[in-house]
Write a protein that binds this ligand. Sequence first.
Ligand code: SF4
Length: 744
Amino acid sequence: MKRREFLKSSVVVGTAGVLLDACTPPGSEQIIPILIPEEQFIPGVEEFHATLCTECPGGCGLLSRKIDGRLVKVEGNPAHPISQGGSCARGQALPQVMYHPDRLASPLVREGARGEGRWTEISWDDALERLATELSSLDGPTSLAFLTGQLRGHRATLVERFAAAFGGAHRWAHEPFGDSTVRRAHALAVGRDALPAHDLEHANYVVTFGAALVEASRSPVRFGRGLGHLRRGRPGQRGKLVAVGPHLSVTAARADEWLPARPGSDAALALGFAHVLVRDGRHDERFVTDRATGFDAFRERLLSDYSPETVAGATGVAAEQIERVAHEMADYGPTLAVAGDAAVAGSTGLATALAVTHLNALLGAFDREGGVRFDPPPPFAPWPELPVLAAPPESETEADAAAAAAAPRPLVEVLADPPADVSALLVSGANPFYTLPAAAGVADLFAGVPFVAAFASFADETTRWADLILPEPTTFERFDDDVPAPGVGRAVASLSGPVFVRPLHDTRSMPDVLLQVGQRLGDDMSAALPWDSYEDALQDAWAGLHDAQRGSVVESTAGRFWRSAIESGGWWDAAALEDAAPVEFGTPDGRYQFDIAALTTGGGLAATTTDRPFLLHVYPSLAFGDGRSAHLPFLQELADPMTGVRWGSVVEVSHAAAEEHGLVDGDAVVVASAQGELQARVRVVPGLRPEVVAIAAGQGHTDYGRYATDRGANPLALLAPPDPADGAELALVGTAVSLRKIDA
Ligand code: SF4
């Protein structure tokens, strides 16, 4: 067709469209305004702002999309080194946090008895005055305690500073699916109290011991991307993923091989692999000779106690399979092992974390690509020195040691031996009334404290027991930063500022409230907290990144740097994992420690009883994590990839157990432990050891808004109270339960 003919026919078609429009019946105009703009039709004004996801420790950078001033969507920030344009379902659900009908909209003060749930709105002036009055009337600094979740970024530093400036207030932490045992294992073996970064992109063979890498563990987006690269990122080369654990998780279902080891036997299996490597001389001899201490005693223990036949008896994994997988680790490396979730939370958690660390050491993973690294810390400027705080660290190992020394006390330890003198408790980011079983004693701890204030965006089971609730803005309405862990082997700091001119409700962020209360607590406190706002405090710290004059944001002035860092979602170093030098060990002799004492910690394998013939396996949910995201309807609507369940809970039972106990899909059962019981429907699944029943964490809230309350069942309430000696926040392994079919 000639150009003139084409234009002619276009005019005819266009005219026909207009005529058709004139003749169409009423209502049909709704489908064509895009083609034929109406006078009233105003296209939306679209804006994108970098922001930060705080739903899990992953620390993903996101881009929030606003149309006409309303937040409509978030996506992964393509420039951010963790998310690289990706986000998980929990990240995608964040706009529902912003516009949730149950958000706390103003400060609340308790009416009536504690726990009754009757509140009166008060102004921020009144709330700050009440808080300041309570804190200034305390008998001494140790009468104040902070209870927090795993605080991210400078939020943690500010709470530490406030507590220190107050004279030494207690700091307690509770992070249900935290990684305290993994950090502890690395502190023992490499002198680094930190989570490592895993170079999945350069590995060929990955073995995960319990860690739900792609659905719910520490950083699903980061791990998901890394494992995708392992599989498909290198043409002609496909890596292998092996998953160990009693339950076919989403990660195990995606793995090339699943080893359904008995609950609590992960350490034995890791040492079984290590036995084969050492027995056959397939370990990294140069590493154990040049860089390690204690290998002879470790080898002796391995060779005497962890033969494949012995380990097969303990784990239920065949000796031949142990031999084969160990040889594959050596043949197809670089190999790395990762431990997490139920495998490291329980009486055998530290032993598992340490055994997996030793396995990595034998495979040479601390010295090469495709192994284990520790992220260098971003070069933040230290805040003005406080006499009571230590001088800023000068090296990475010093930074890890300082962080460990400054770490809050685990709540589990506090519950076992509660201090008598605490008269005021500030709670932020923790919900122990939901995540710990009643027998752990959380209610007694709170009952013994005369004044409790809670910072939260939503009321939950724990804020119900507060006297004062201080509503927090969402991540889209406040300043926050984060140092993602685990990272990608280079210094990364995420940053976000408000994407709205003002918060939707009458909210203030916890760090801002601490600064404002500090101003009311006398000259010493206001001198220790000299900033008008948390934004100012962050700017001071981030000035160090500007001074470094390197990385993703380099500007001529600190002010420009701050604006550019906000716009780009943070700052990160260019150096990637492959450029990193071998791990610097922070141990006294600077060498890797093949510690064997901690390998025998814990009470051995979990056991059933005649009355309770099953072992309960609780795993973090893809949609809700430990339960903190259950208030979002988008996530309730999301079908679990393995069970298909939505808006509720199921008890997963193996085919063998279902047959033996006469159960079929949909039967209502009572699951009972020594701590209590719950009701749920049975889901018969193929991927489960016969002596195990599995329930996802996250549902069963009693007070968490209209979408989560009284929905499903909370398996965390059935767990045995955690033993502080185990070093884990939950006793996820070893709770024996019974199943009883009921009519419902
Ligand atoms: S992985 Fe974690 S930080 Fe990243 S989007 Fe998901 S919940 Fe948010």
